[in-house]
Design a protein around this ligand. Sequence first.
Ligand SMILES: CC(=O)SCCNC(=O)CCNC(=O)[C@H](O)C(C)(C)COP(=O)(O)OP(=O)(O)OC[C@H]1O[C@@H](n2cnc3c(N)ncnc32)[C@H](O)[C@@H]1OP(=O)(O)O
Length: 408
Amino acid sequence: MTYPIRPVNEAEWPAFADVLSEGFGWTPHPQESERFKAQTEFDRTLAAFDGDVMAGVTAVFSFTMTVPGAQIPVAGVTAVSVLPSHRRRGVLSSLMRRQLSDVRERGESVAALYASESAIYGRFGYGRASSEMGFSLAKHGSAFVANAPTDPSLRIRVAKPAEARVEFERLFASVVSARPGRYLRNEQFWGAVLADEEFDRHGNGTLRSVIAEDDRGVRGYALFRIKANWDDDGVPNGLLKLQELEAADPAARALLWRSVLDRDLISRVEGARPVDDALIALLADPRQLRASCADELWVRLVEVDKALTSRAYASAVDVVIEVEDDVCPWNARRWRLSADASGAECKPVEDEPDMSLPVSSLGSAYMGDGLLAAQLDAGLLREHSAGSVRRLDAAMAWSPKPWAGLTF
Ligand SMILES: CC(=O)SCCNC(=O)CCNC(=O)[C@H](O)C(C)(C)COP(=O)(O)OP(=O)(O)OC[C@H]1O[C@@H](n2cnc3c(N)ncnc32)[C@H](O)[C@@H]1OP(=O)(O)O
């Protein structure tokens, strides 16, 4: 069966929100729903209809995202849901195909998303492109190495998040290009970051913040919630849930970490950070960091040549890549990628390929996570000239590691 697909208008928001609510089995707080509506770019929504019934939905945020060595337009795919009554009939597949062709028409060469389940998007050409470290650190195990940076000119200021918004925005804008995966936040996104419904779904307290500054201005900030608790013996056992910690320099970063880790009545700090976070290096006893690792961004190259020439490369490379892509057939051909410090070129060729790979492999490598060699070892791509995959892997790898840091 085919289901007609079209964007929805603002008047259709209640039906759109209902499909999300039914698919996710979760009813948002009315303020959350209003906020999501305000973030929605209605001309970039899509809904699939079964007669009068809206059966499946998705939307795109128009992001400017950091990629290795550049900031580029990226389609931030979100709000994917199909009614339970219509699942596994190809509704998502039709929405994905239409969305990718719309993204291409807009001139965006890359799409990115956070997946609710990691098994869904590979078939549509998305590759696992960044990882996130979930962590839990007990205060008693959080001492820093002796040479951790300090700066006596720095001080901590307690600030109400809503009142310090402009300072956060300015600081974030100064660090957003430092790591692939980070993306610019418009007014609606900042509204969501600083939203504080008091209730917080997990029973944590109100949103709080501390700012690290000197006489010349703000050098970093941390946003967090506290779940106050005392154990049965009356010993303080509070939990600090870190939402965000951004710093412009190492000394400000170390001071902010100490401020959250040393907080009175707290015994543990939890949160999610990049897998190469500076915290790991700062800890005197890093094994105390109870960490887990999970996929974060999934990335899809919508126009292989444009995407590959929009980023920088860590080393020179010259390879012919045979790309397999059933969903975006315009990508499915041989491309010669030649890149060095002065830039990159990607041209269609008929030459013998050095490697053959699914487009999702290039998505995996795109942000710099360096996953091509692992895929070669796993037997997921074919190498025709020895060493070519490792050369491409090294050229596409980047430091720091990619991390978006804010679910969309
Ligand atoms: C970016 C985001 O917004 S992530 C949020 C995704 N949404 C959710 O998780 C909400 C709950 N789930 C749903 O709404 C739906 O189950 C969806 C959107 C995940 C899938 O929609 P459907 O219309 O059922 O998918 P569709 O029928 O097109 O399936 C296409 C293929 O994907 C497979 N597939 C679909 N969902 C899943 C899944 N959750 N896990 C593994 N495989 C899946 C199907 O089996 C099918 O495989 P095939 O091509 O080999 O037959």
